[in-house]
Design a protein around this ligand. Structure first.
Ligand SMILES: Cc1cc2nc3c(=O)[nH]c(=O)nc-3n(C[C@H](O)[C@H](O)[C@H](O)COP(=O)(O)OP(=O)(O)OC[C@H]3O[C@@H](n4cnc5c(N)ncnc54)[C@H](O)[C@@H]3O)c2cc1C
Length: 399
């Protein structure tokens, strides 16, 4: 495999980095802001920054680089998307549009009616509407098809009752797409519909779940006699499972994760080599140095998994268990890296306040340590990924 860019790819890379040089706000370059929060910030300047950034990407069609051009995307090839994601990650540039771009848009493009596409896709691209994902419930996570939130047809509407959990960022979102049960008597995968609803609909209430990072990201979302127009079903009633699984996330190669991990390991090595106190601590702990060497190698392995997924996509193949290998390896590597980094930094790794002068590298590693814990749960747990690799990948019997 040839990893070097062709002249065309190199020209495209230059275009992307030129836009980043010119338009990426310092707030994002310096990792000081989160785009989805910024767009609803109380500070008008922060809101303006978020808007300016989405407009800069939109002018190139790069809010949704993987969507077809007819829907406002850039219709990039897998390799171009890979290059785009690589350059964005290198510059710390946030992607905009969140779940609307990554999840809802692709599902609507494949399964939505023309009216639904016309109504929702432009608002995703302009950053006007942010979406949240209502799939998980207290009794339905890995076994998602057990979900119980009920939707009963009443004339031109559905009436929704039930509860979702772990609904990330629904408190800063405008609309929610959810899987709901429309036929409780059908086999469990067949009685589910995919429904879009305005988060401000009467009967929806949101309760924050503050996690161990002390951040408000998750929520519980409750539905009490919420009325949603029947026209908001995507695809056919009771066939929502298949719509919900059209998660054509444009980042299946996870190149952003690989670039970020490479930068993190390089920063850690630089810190270990330049801080006098660390140099003498590390000299006394050679096993810690070999741990860093292991991480360095594993980071390269992660990169190569990303290349493999991208190569498959570019050849028109759909990564299956290969995506599980990549996801599982990456999430567990991030956790190992966080632990080793904490050992290198020592007691100062307990400081999570970025403004505390004693915290090395703006306390990034302290925050990574707790954040990395969720990596092996979100988007399918490591246990579930191992099941997929064992059965679909290796042909071993199901337990
Ligand atoms: C950061 C983050 C963001 C999230 N955002 C959202 C969101 O926006 N919207 C949303 O709907 N959900 C969201 N989730 C929820 C996520 O999809 C679920 O947490 C995940 O699917 C696991 O489900 P669960 O938490 O119910 O755990 P369970 O499925 O109850 O699993 C509990 C444990 O049992 C293990 N287990 C389960 N089944 C098997 C099996 N067959 N074989 C072996 N082990 C098994 C699991 O690996 C796990 O260790 C988010 C989660 C995280 C961490």
């Amino acid at each position: 495999m040839e990893w070097n860019d062709t002249p065309e790819q190199s020209a495209f890379r230059t275009q992307v980095s030129a836009l980043l040089d010119e338009k990426l706000p310092d707030r994002y370059r310096d990792r000081k802001g989160d785009w989805q929060n910024d767009r609803v910030s109380e500070d008008p300047q922060v809101r303006e920054t978020a808007e300016g950034w989405v407009n800069a990407l939109a002018a190139k069609g790069w809010v949704a680089p993987h969507w077809p051009e007819e829907y406002g995307g850039a219709g990039l090839s897998s390799i171009e998307q890979f290059i785009f994601n690589q350059e964005m990650a290198k510059a710390n540039a946030p992607r905009t549009g969140g779940r609307g771009v990554a999840l809802l848009g692709p599902a609507l493009i494949v399964h939505g009616t023309e009216e639904q596409k016309q109504e929702h896709l432009p608002k995703v691209l302009s950053g006007e509407i942010a979406w949240a994902q209502g799939y998980s419930e207290p009794g339905a996570g890995s076994d998602l098809a057990s979900l119980q939130t009920r939707a009963v047809r009443d004339g031109d509407e559905y009436v929704i009752n039930g509860q979702k959990i772990w609904t990330s960022e629904v408190h800063t979102a405008d609309w929610l797409f959810a899987l709901v049960r429309t036929d409780p008597d059908a086999p469990k995968h067949r009685g589910i519909s995919f429904l879009m609803m305005d988060v401000k609909s009467p009967g929806i209430s949101i309760r924050p779940l503050v996690d161990m990072t002390d951040e408000h990201w998750f929520n519980e979302t409750f539905f009490e006699d919420v009325r949603v127009p029947a026209a908001n079903v995507v695809g056919d009633e009771n066939r929502g499972w298949y719509v919900g699984m059209t998660l054509l996330d444009f980042e299946r190669s996870n190149i952003s994760g690989a670039v970020t991990q490479r930068r993190a390991i390089n920063e850690l090595i630089e810190y270990a080599n330049t801080d006098g106190m660390q140099i003498s601590r590390l000299a006394e702990r050679p096993t810690l140095c070999t741990e860093i060497a292991d991480l360095y190698i594993e980071t390269d392995v992660m990169f190569n998994f990303s290349f493999r997924i991208m190569t498959m996509q570019n050849a028109g193949q759909i990564p299956n268990y290969e995506a599980s290998v990549s996801k599982m390896f990456a999430s567990e590597l991030l956790q190992r890296a966080a632990k080793t980094s904490a050992k290198v930094i020592g007691l100062y790794a307990n400081i999570s306040n970025a403004d505390d002068d004693r915290a090395p590298m703006d306390a990034r590693y302290a925050r990574n340590y707790v954040h990395s814990m969720c990596e092996s749960i979100r988007g399918g747990t490591s246990e579930v990924q191992r099941n997929i690799i064992a059965t679909r990948g290796l042909g071993l019997p199901r337990g």
